[in-house]
Design a protein around this ligand. Structure first.
Ligand SMILES: Cc1cc2nc3c(=O)[nH]c(=O)nc-3n(C[C@H](O)[C@H](O)[C@H](O)COP(=O)(O)O)c2cc1C
Length: 176
């Protein structure tokens, strides 16, 4: 099958859940966020926001607050996999389709990061906890608009080890 660099980048991206303890340089973060900004959005509303957080205090406030509003999360280990670089992808809380817009943004971010040798993973828990008062306070401090829900956290960083390959089994069906 003929391929190219873009397709190769898509085929080799895998979620990374263990990161080196270091920051991603600003120029790379700007490029990755720009890739997110160029995602499609329903009716081209572009009402989403990408909030880039490297402030360790705010990251800690977030991962400390989330388990207070969600069952089944162990506060002793929950820390966004140790990522020092978060992109909070949010949209208007009352805009149901914002979830889909943000998913498109997230995938652009994951792929752009991967093309730069930076690992990433989707962290989902803010979707259901954005309005927990302590979470909301930390989001406010980070600059996320108060009327937004964070549909995705893209946790980013330099992988400590290559990701295990995963078999992709979802069906592709041609009807000719
Ligand atoms: C909607 C959605 C929610 C996800 N939530 C989480 C999450 O909360 N924590 C996590 O570690 N991975 C999460 N993931 C990552 C998936 O587990 C991962 O994409 C899947 O196992 C396939 O692996 P791959 O990304 O390496 O191809 C999520 C992915 C999606 C699309």
């Amino acid at each position: 099958m003929q391929t190219n660099a873009v397709i190769e980048n898509i085929l080799t991206r895998r979620s990374i859940r263990s990161f080196e303890d270091r920051r991603i340089p600003r120029a790379d973060l700007e490029l990755i966020a720009k890739a997110g900004q160029y995602a499609p959005s329903a009716m081209n509303r572009q009402s989403f926001q990408i909030t880039v957080v490297q402030n360790e205090e705010i990251i800690k406030k977030l991962y400390t607050a989330v388990p207070k509003y969600m069952q089944g999360i162990d506060p002793a280990t929950y820390c966004f996999y140790g990522s020092k670089n978060l992109m909070l992808i949010s949209d208007l809380a009352d805009k149901e389709i914002g979830q889909m817009d943000c998913a498109c943004v997230a995938e652009n971010i994951f792929l752009a990061a991967h093309s730069l040798g930076i690992g990433s993973v989707w962290v989902n828990q803010l979707r259901d906890t954005s309005d927990g008062p302590e979470v909301r306070a930390a989001l406010h401090e980070a600059g996320v608009p108060d009327d937004h829900r964070v549909w995705v956290i893209a946790a980013l960083g330099y992988p400590t080890a290559p990701a295990a390959d995963k078999e992709k089994v979802a069906k592709i069906h041609f009807c000719e």
